[in-house]
Design a protein. Structure first.
Length: 216
Protein backbone atom coordinates (compact mmCIF):
# COMPACT_ATOMS: atom_id res chain seq x y z
CA UNK A 1 0.00 0.00 0.00
CA UNK A 2 1.31 3.42 -0.94
CA UNK A 3 1.63 5.94 1.88
CA UNK A 4 1.72 9.70 1.33
CA UNK A 5 2.61 12.65 3.54
CA UNK A 6 0.37 15.71 3.51
CA UNK A 7 1.98 19.00 4.53
CA UNK A 8 -1.47 20.21 5.62
CA UNK A 9 -3.91 18.47 7.94
CA UNK A 10 -6.88 17.29 5.91
CA UNK A 11 -10.59 17.29 6.68
CA UNK A 12 -12.37 14.02 7.46
CA UNK A 13 -13.92 13.89 3.97
CA UNK A 14 -10.57 14.61 2.33
CA UNK A 15 -8.87 11.84 4.32
CA UNK A 16 -11.62 9.44 3.32
CA UNK A 17 -10.83 9.99 -0.37
CA UNK A 18 -7.35 8.60 0.29
CA UNK A 19 -8.22 5.89 2.78
CA UNK A 20 -11.10 4.71 0.60
CA UNK A 21 -8.57 4.20 -2.20
CA UNK A 22 -6.38 2.19 0.23
CA UNK A 23 -3.69 4.87 0.34
CA UNK A 24 -1.98 5.39 3.69
CA UNK A 25 -1.74 8.91 5.08
CA UNK A 26 0.59 10.77 7.43
CA UNK A 27 -0.26 14.45 7.92
CA UNK A 28 1.00 17.54 9.68
CA UNK A 29 0.76 21.31 9.30
CA UNK A 30 3.99 22.53 7.71
CA UNK A 31 2.97 26.13 8.37
CA UNK A 32 1.15 28.02 11.11
CA UNK A 33 -1.16 30.96 10.41
CA UNK A 34 -1.65 33.80 12.89
CA UNK A 35 -4.01 36.71 12.29
CA UNK A 36 -2.34 40.01 13.16
CA UNK A 37 -3.71 43.46 14.08
CA UNK A 38 -4.04 45.96 11.25
CA UNK A 39 -5.25 49.52 10.89
CA UNK A 40 -8.75 49.62 12.33
CA UNK A 41 -9.69 52.78 10.42
CA UNK A 42 -10.28 50.64 7.33
CA UNK A 43 -13.82 49.33 7.63
CA UNK A 44 -14.75 49.41 3.94
CA UNK A 45 -12.85 48.06 0.94
CA UNK A 46 -14.43 49.07 -2.35
CA UNK A 47 -12.12 46.78 -4.35
CA UNK A 48 -10.35 44.11 -2.30
CA UNK A 49 -7.68 41.75 -3.59
CA UNK A 50 -7.91 38.46 -1.71
CA UNK A 51 -5.41 35.74 -2.66
CA UNK A 52 -6.17 33.20 0.09
CA UNK A 53 -8.88 32.07 2.48
CA UNK A 54 -6.64 33.11 5.36
CA UNK A 55 -6.63 36.72 4.16
CA UNK A 56 -10.42 36.83 4.12
CA UNK A 57 -10.80 35.08 7.48
CA UNK A 58 -8.46 37.66 9.02
CA UNK A 59 -10.68 40.57 7.96
CA UNK A 60 -14.19 39.22 7.55
CA UNK A 61 -15.47 40.56 10.88
CA UNK A 62 -13.65 43.88 10.53
CA UNK A 63 -13.90 45.04 6.90
CA UNK A 64 -16.88 45.20 4.55
CA UNK A 65 -15.89 44.30 1.00
CA UNK A 66 -17.90 45.73 -1.88
CA UNK A 67 -16.14 43.84 -4.70
CA UNK A 68 -13.50 41.13 -4.41
CA UNK A 69 -10.75 40.13 -6.82
CA UNK A 70 -9.86 36.61 -5.81
CA UNK A 71 -7.34 33.81 -6.31
CA UNK A 72 -8.81 30.30 -6.16
CA UNK A 73 -12.28 28.83 -6.55
CA UNK A 74 -12.38 27.73 -2.89
CA UNK A 75 -11.57 31.24 -1.70
CA UNK A 76 -14.20 32.66 -4.05
CA UNK A 77 -16.76 30.18 -2.71
CA UNK A 78 -16.00 31.25 0.88
CA UNK A 79 -16.52 34.91 -0.03
CA UNK A 80 -19.79 34.14 -1.83
CA UNK A 81 -21.02 32.29 1.27
CA UNK A 82 -20.45 35.56 3.12
CA UNK A 83 -22.37 37.61 0.52
CA UNK A 84 -19.30 39.24 -1.02
CA UNK A 85 -19.58 40.12 -4.71
CA UNK A 86 -16.82 38.51 -6.80
CA UNK A 87 -15.59 40.78 -9.59
CA UNK A 88 -12.80 38.53 -10.85
CA UNK A 89 -11.44 35.09 -9.96
CA UNK A 90 -8.28 33.42 -11.25
CA UNK A 91 -6.29 30.26 -10.59
CA UNK A 92 -3.18 32.17 -9.50
CA UNK A 93 -2.06 35.67 -8.55
CA UNK A 94 -0.30 36.39 -11.82
CA UNK A 95 -3.43 35.67 -13.87
CA UNK A 96 -5.51 37.75 -11.45
CA UNK A 97 -3.11 40.66 -11.96
CA UNK A 98 -3.56 40.33 -15.73
CA UNK A 99 -7.35 40.47 -15.33
CA UNK A 100 -7.13 43.54 -13.11
CA UNK A 101 -4.77 45.28 -15.55
CA UNK A 102 -6.92 44.37 -18.54
CA UNK A 103 -10.35 45.15 -17.12
CA UNK A 104 -10.01 47.38 -14.04
CA UNK A 105 -6.83 49.42 -14.45
CA UNK A 106 -8.31 52.73 -13.26
CA UNK A 107 -9.76 51.42 -10.00
CA UNK A 108 -8.13 51.68 -6.57
CA UNK A 109 -7.51 48.46 -4.65
CA UNK A 110 -6.65 47.21 -1.19
CA UNK A 111 -4.50 44.06 -1.22
CA UNK A 112 -5.00 42.06 2.00
CA UNK A 113 -2.15 39.60 2.36
CA UNK A 114 0.25 37.70 4.61
CA UNK A 115 3.88 38.37 5.46
CA UNK A 116 5.08 35.74 2.98
CA UNK A 117 2.98 36.84 0.04
CA UNK A 118 4.39 36.31 -3.44
CA UNK A 119 5.81 39.21 -5.46
CA UNK A 120 4.14 38.53 -8.82
CA UNK A 121 0.83 40.34 -8.33
CA UNK A 122 2.12 43.57 -6.72
CA UNK A 123 4.98 43.78 -9.21
CA UNK A 124 2.67 43.39 -12.19
CA UNK A 125 0.25 46.01 -10.85
CA UNK A 126 3.05 48.48 -10.11
CA UNK A 127 4.53 48.03 -13.58
CA UNK A 128 1.19 48.99 -15.14
CA UNK A 129 0.49 51.87 -12.77
CA UNK A 130 -2.47 50.27 -11.00
CA UNK A 131 -3.03 51.95 -7.63
CA UNK A 132 -3.22 49.63 -4.63
CA UNK A 133 -2.59 49.72 -0.91
CA UNK A 134 -1.08 46.62 0.66
CA UNK A 135 -2.10 45.59 4.19
CA UNK A 136 -0.67 42.56 6.00
CA UNK A 137 -3.41 40.84 7.98
CA UNK A 138 -1.85 37.47 8.84
CA UNK A 139 1.53 35.95 9.51
CA UNK A 140 2.81 32.64 8.18
CA UNK A 141 5.45 30.85 10.23
CA UNK A 142 7.17 27.58 9.38
CA UNK A 143 6.50 24.49 11.49
CA UNK A 144 9.62 22.34 11.14
CA UNK A 145 9.29 18.55 11.38
CA UNK A 146 11.72 15.79 10.40
CA UNK A 147 10.45 12.47 9.02
CA UNK A 148 12.46 9.24 9.07
CA UNK A 149 9.78 7.30 7.21
CA UNK A 150 9.94 7.11 3.42
CA UNK A 151 6.79 8.05 1.52
CA UNK A 152 5.62 7.30 -2.01
CA UNK A 153 4.30 10.84 -2.32
CA UNK A 154 4.35 14.21 -0.56
CA UNK A 155 1.46 16.69 -0.93
CA UNK A 156 2.28 20.41 -1.09
CA UNK A 157 -0.20 23.31 -0.90
CA UNK A 158 1.94 26.47 -0.77
CA UNK A 159 5.50 27.70 -1.37
CA UNK A 160 5.82 28.25 2.40
CA UNK A 161 4.87 24.62 3.01
CA UNK A 162 7.54 23.57 0.50
CA UNK A 163 10.14 25.70 2.29
CA UNK A 164 9.15 24.25 5.66
CA UNK A 165 9.27 20.60 4.53
CA UNK A 166 12.59 20.81 2.69
CA UNK A 167 14.29 22.66 5.54
CA UNK A 168 14.41 19.30 7.40
CA UNK A 169 13.71 16.63 4.77
CA UNK A 170 14.59 15.35 1.33
CA UNK A 171 12.07 13.83 -1.04
CA UNK A 172 14.17 11.07 -2.60
CA UNK A 173 12.23 9.01 -5.13
CA UNK A 174 8.82 10.14 -3.89
CA UNK A 175 6.41 12.05 -6.13
CA UNK A 176 5.62 15.65 -5.20
CA UNK A 177 1.93 16.48 -5.64
CA UNK A 178 1.34 20.24 -5.94
CA UNK A 179 -1.84 22.32 -5.67
CA UNK A 180 -0.79 24.76 -8.41
CA UNK A 181 1.97 26.15 -10.59
CA UNK A 182 3.34 28.55 -7.96
CA UNK A 183 3.86 25.69 -5.52
CA UNK A 184 5.20 23.53 -8.36
CA UNK A 185 7.84 26.14 -9.19
CA UNK A 186 9.03 26.06 -5.57
CA UNK A 187 9.27 22.25 -5.61
CA UNK A 188 11.27 22.19 -8.87
CA UNK A 189 14.39 23.22 -6.91
CA UNK A 190 14.31 19.83 -5.18
CA UNK A 191 12.84 17.29 -7.62
CA UNK A 192 11.56 16.86 -11.16
CA UNK A 193 9.15 14.12 -10.11
CA UNK A 194 6.08 16.37 -9.84
CA UNK A 195 2.36 16.01 -10.50
CA UNK A 196 0.33 19.23 -10.35
CA UNK A 197 -3.42 19.45 -9.77
CA UNK A 198 -5.54 20.35 -12.79
CA UNK A 199 -7.63 22.62 -10.52
CA UNK A 200 -6.12 24.49 -7.55
CA UNK A 201 -7.94 22.66 -4.75
CA UNK A 202 -6.98 20.19 -2.05
CA UNK A 203 -9.51 17.72 -3.43
CA UNK A 204 -7.91 17.82 -6.87
CA UNK A 205 -4.48 17.18 -5.38
CA UNK A 206 -5.98 14.10 -3.74
CA UNK A 207 -7.55 13.06 -7.07
CA UNK A 208 -4.07 13.08 -8.65
CA UNK A 209 -2.73 10.93 -5.80
CA UNK A 210 -5.54 8.41 -6.18
CA UNK A 211 -5.09 8.30 -9.98
CA UNK A 212 -1.40 7.51 -9.63
CA UNK A 213 -1.53 4.87 -6.93
CA UNK A 214 -4.76 3.16 -7.99
CA UNK A 215 -2.97 2.16 -11.21
CA UNK A 216 -0.30 0.27 -9.30
Amino acid sequence: MATVLSTKKLSVSQKQLLLGAKIGLVEYNAINIEFIPFSSNIDLAENAIITSKNAFKAIQDKVKIEKAFVVGSKTAALLKENDVEIAEVADNASILAEKIIGNHQNKHFIFFCGNKRRDELPLQLKQKGVFFKEIQVYKTSLNFAEFKQEFEGVLFFSPSGVESYFSKNKIGEATAFCIGTTTENSVKKYTKNIITATQPSIENVIVQVVKKYNKQ
